[in-house]
Design a protein around this ligand. Structure first.
Ligand code: ADP
Length: 191
């Protein structure tokens, strides 16, 4: 069982570290960014609504992302847990998540905050080269992160759920820190 949120700025390595957790713990990674990109690629109605916000580095509306998460959490593969990556990204989303998980009787075990400073983030994102990784969008995503997502640190701290890890160094080194930060009760899906 592993039911966690990975919190961190764009480019902090949430996706990379999620993949390693998926392999070790056998629970799915749920990334709203990936879900949104696939909706855009498939030109669904939802994708068309989300695209402008994504291109500008703004947050997609809460009803879209919360709706996506609600549907995704209903799927059977989340029975032993999930790794939420890129969601929640605002206090309203965090409260909506609490509500969804309460209804399902599956409370979060913990939140791991991967900390990387802004200079390093800009370098990493410029090097990554995704279509929304141009300098202007990157700056806006960082601003949106500071304003809307950073308050989640205190929100989860107050709930006693948050652990911070340094997100710099080798990938395996960071992964070891994350594993050490996992909540008690984290275990492989089959255990
Ligand atoms: P990054 O971690 O580099 O910001 P993501 O793949 O997490 O990349 O997100 C890409 C874009 O998708 C965001 O800039 C935003 O427009 C949108 N997005 C992803 N997750 C959310 C969310 N939880 N709420 C609102 N918008 C989101």
């Amino acid at each position: 069982m592993l039911k966690i949120v990975l919190l961190g700025a764009p480019g902090s390595g949430k996706g990379t570290q999620s993949e390693k957790l998926v392999a070790e713990f056998g629970v799915p990674q749920i990334s709203t960014g990936d879900l949104l990109r696939s909706a855009v690629a498939n030109q669904t109605e939802l994708g068309q609504k989300a695209k402008a916000a994504m291109d500008a580095g703004e947050l997609v509306s809460d009803d879209i992302v919360v709706g996506m998460i609600r549907e995704r959490l209903k799927q059977d593969d989340t029975e032993n847990g999930f790794i939420l990556d890129g969601f929640p990204r605002s206090l309203d989303q965090a409260k909506a998540l609490d509500g969804l998980l309460d209804d399902m009787n599956r409370p979060l075990q913990g939140v791991v905050h991967i900390k990387v400073d802004n200079e390093e983030i800009v370098q990493r994102l410029m090097a990554r080269g995704r279509s929304d990784d141009n300098e202007e969008t990157i700056r806006n995503r960082l601003k949106v992160y500071q304003e809307q997502t950073q308050p989640l640190v205190k929100f989860y701290e107050d709930k006693g759920l948050l652990t911070a890890v340094a997100g710099v160094g080798e990938i395996d080194e960071i992964y070891a820190r994350i594993k050490a930060a996992l909540p008690a009760g984290a275990a492989f899906a089959g255990d």
